[in-house]
Structure formats: structure tokens, C-alpha cells
Design a protein around this ligand. Structure first.
Ligand code: GLV
Ligand code: MN
Ligand code: MN
Ligand code: MN
Length: 414
């Protein structure tokens, strides 16, 4: 038996979980700071798992700390239909980015329990570790590891700015489980997320059918120079790594402006240096930057320009440069059958619906390499996000969650 067409998630019950989660990792007024594998991330994970167990889901943690909560299917040997996103936030993050997709998956399971509906295939809800990359580079390390883009050993050794590794922090918070040698198959993956841009809100749309994403390349770059006294040391002998980093950041920003007319973005978002103190030149600097464009070829050209800028910046400051990490995502990677199913479901439920490209990175891009995948977007006010003022109302999220419910259940009953 299929799910009744009248079935709806319980937005009040969902909202109670959103409000409780918004008390964990309180940051600036209205916002959150739940950096991956910190104490607040541990607390939100603990609370999420407790809710999953209350809902009768069985919980499993893998070697990179991804959490999978499972609702058995009638035929439990079939690959699951998986929903999810991330519980971590940026340092000045909002209450919806990521977690709405995780708690939305949990709410789908609760709704099915309430209706006494058992799907043919199992259903799972996942929290991917370190989606944001706000503490550990690269972003999306959990989904990247699960799907084989990164090796587990490499990922476990990634360090934060204080030198602590992902592996150490997983052990500290008690979230290091067992990794399977090969990732188990998913029947499908559907990620619900807020748009994080202004389009749906501006146009009064209730549901975004995500047809793909801006092609994006991010880089972590390291410069090495030499410390010296800022006074007596001659200008022509300076090897100030801080200046190499600064030149790169400005070059990347200029590149963004050059492509702004066609909607391109190039961003320099992080520069750290050592010792970064008055009176001394820095012998080490790290910078993080990314480029994004709807057209993959243009994005690739922009990434190449950044590589050139790295070497020019280093040469100007007489430093050496190394590109430590490169990450790529986006493009037209989602499954047509799922995109079509989301669109038809949303229109069938009577929601104002439009196709949209994601401009942000999401775990779904990695999962798309592993299983048929798509995303559902909900509007957020003014598109404000990665900001403590990020805001959604229950009315903003309810339509997309109902599309998630019906899309996932139809797929799981195939
Ligand atoms: C990650 O979520 C990004 O889009 O930078
Ligand atoms: Mn997110
Ligand atoms: Mn985010
Ligand atoms: Mn993201």
C-alpha cells in the first residue's frame, strides 16, 4: 500500500526539534557556533541520536563520525533510501543551514510511524561530518570519505588551526566508529536544505527543485618565507608570507569582480599567518579561497587563474607556495529521474515550485558519485545565511518537507 496522498509531516513536532537544537552551541544573538567535532557538535549529535532512538531507529557511526539512523523496510536486504545533511555550523552560523535536512529526515520517519506505514525499502537519515569546513579543511569530509573521494587515513589526519586532528577530536567526543571497506549502496539520496540565496524568497516560491549546482573549486594554499625584524631588515630581502597571502586574496577578489557580470563568484575567505605579530615578518601563511560559476568551463578557467595568482603572489613576496588541498563540486550531477520526481511531487501538492541551481556546496555532490541523488530547497528570508540572522519560519520549511516525505516514500516503495 502506498502512502495516502493526504499524508503530511507534523510541522509543530519538527519545529520543537529545531528550537531545541537551536539551544546547542549558541553564538551571537539568534545564531549558532557548532564547529565540527567541538563540544557543541558532540551535544547536538547526542541529542539527535537520542531522538532517533526514541523514534525506534537503529543508529550506526562510521569511521569518520558520520551518523546513520535506520528505519527498517519490509525487505530489509534492499539498499536504503537516504535523507540527511549536516549538524555542524559555521562560526557565525544559523539555526537551519544543514540541520533542517537532518531533522527533516527524522520527521519523515516519525510521520511514517504515526501513520503506521512501513516502506518496502529501508529508510535512513544521515548526519555527515564536517560539512562546513569551518574548522577542518576540506569541507564535506564525511561524505567525501564515505563515497571514496578521500581516504579515511588522510581525512583523520586533517588539522584545525590549533593542530588538533579530526581523528583525535572524533576520539575525544566519542564519535569514531567503524568504516566499511567499501561504501554500502544507497538506492537514492535526497537532501533537503535551505536555499541560502534570495531567489525563492524574492519570487514567493515555496519549493526549489535543485537541478544541479555552480561548478566550484576551493583551495587551501600555504606560503613559506622567513621571519625578520620589520625595522632593520632591508626591503629587498624580505620574504613575508603574510604579504604573499594578502596578494593572493586581493587577486582572487579581483577575479570575482571580473566575472561578476556573468554571476561568477571568487572569494578569499581565510588568511592566517605565523607569528602574525607586530614587529616581525611572518614565515608562514595559509589562505583559503574558492571560485564558482554556473558554467563549468568558466569555473575551470577561474580555478586556473587562481593557481597562477598563487605563484605570482609567492614570487612577488619571494616566498614559496604549495597548494595543499583542492576540492571540486557542482555541475549537473543530480539524477534526472529524481529531479523529475521532486518537481512532480511538489506541483502535485500544489506548491509554488521552480527549478534552481545551488550556489553553495553540499554533501549531495559527493553522494551523487555513489547513488542517484537530488536536493530540495526551501526559502530562507532574504537569502541570509552563514550569519546569525539566518531566518526561516515553519511556513517556509513545511512545503519542502512534505515534498521530501512523498518523494522519499514513493522511491522507497518502488
Ligand atoms: C560549503 O558549504 C560552501 O558552499 O562553501
Ligand atoms: Mn549546509
Ligand atoms: Mn553552511
Ligand atoms: Mn554547505
Amino acid at each position: 500500500m502506498g502512502l495516502p496522498a493526504t499524508a503530511r509531516i507534523d510541522i509543530g513536532r519538527f519545529w520543537t526539534t529545531i528550537e531545541r537544537s537551536g539551544e546547542i552551541g549558541v553564538g551571537r544573538p539568534g545564531g549558532l557556533s557548532r564547529l565540527a567535532l567541538g563540544d557543541a557538535d558532540r551535544e547536538v549529535r547526542d541529542v539527535f541520536i537520542a531522538w532517533c532512538r526514541e523514534a525506534g531507529l537503529s543508529v550506526r557511526i562510521d569511521g569518520i563520525g558520520n551518523i546513520f539512523a535506520r528505519r527498517p523496510g519490509e525487505d530489509d536486504s534492499l539498499p536504503p533510501v537516504v535523507m540527511g545533511s549536516h549538524l555542524d555550523t559555521q562560526v557565525n552560523g544559523g539555526r537551519f543551514d544543514g540541520i533542517a535536512g537532518v531533522l527533516g529526515g527524522l520527521e519523515v520517519c516519525r510521520t511514517l510511524d504515526q501513520l503506521g506505514h512501513r516502506t518496502k525499502r529501508p529508510i535512513e537519515v544521515v548526519n555527515w561530518t564536517n560539512e562546513e569546513g569551518g574548522r577542518f579543511s576540506p569541507p564535506m569530509v564525511g561524505s567525501g570519505c564515505f563515497t571514496g573521494a578521500y581516504t579515511l587515513d588522510w581525512a583523520l589526519g586533517r588539522r584545525d588551526d590549533d593542530g588538533r586532528t579530526i581523528g583525535e577530536e572524533l576520539d575525544r567526543i566519542g564519535y569514531r566508529g567503524e568504516m566499511e571497506a567499501t561504501p554500502r549502496p544507497f538506492d537514492a539520496y535526497v537532501e533537503f536544505h535551505i536555499e541560502q540565496g534570495p531567489i525563492l524568497d524574492r519570487e514567493g516560491m515555496q519549493v526549489g527543485v535543485v537541478t544541479g549546482g555552480y561548478a566550484s573549486t576551493g583551495m587551501l594554499v600555504e606560503f613559506r618565507g622567513e621571519t625578520a625584524h620589520t625595522g632593520p631588515w632591508p626591503m629587498e630581502r624580505r620574504r613575508n608570507a603574510l604579504i604573499a597571502g594578502a596578494r593572493l586574496l586581493v587577486a582572487v577578489d579581483d577575479l570575482g569582480w571580473e566575472h561578476a557580470g556573468s554571476g561568477g563568484k571568487a572569494t578569499a575567505s581565510r588568511l592566517v599567518a605565523w607569528p602574525n605579530k607586530p614587529g616581525i615578518l611572518s614565515d608562514w601563511a595559509q589562505a583559503t579561497c574558492d571560485v564558482r560559476h554556473a558554467d563549468p568551463e568558466t569555473s575551470a578557467v577561474m580555478a586556473e587563474r587562481v593557481r597562477r595568482a598563487v605563484h605570482e603572489a609567492a614570487a612577488r613576496a619571494d616566498c614559496t607556495a604549495e597548494i595543499l588541498d583542492v576540492w571540486n563540486w557542482g555541475g549537473k550531477v543530480f539524477a534526472d529521474e529524481l529531479i523529475e520526481q521532486v518537481r512532480a511531487t511538489s506541483l502535485g501538492l500544489g506548491y509554488r515550485t521552480r527549478d534552481i541551481l545551488s550556489q553553495a556546496g553540499h554533501d549531495a555532490y559527493f553522494v551523487a558519485r555513489h547513488a542517484p541523488t537530488t536536493m530540495i530547497f526551501a526559502p530562507c528570508r532574504g537569502g541570509i545565511t552563514h550569519n546569525n540572522q539566518e531566518l526561516c519560519t515553519p511556513d517556509d520549511l513545511e512545503p519542502g518537507l512534505n515534498v521530501l516525505l512523498h518523494t522519499v516514500v514513493a522511491r522507497a516503495n518502488r
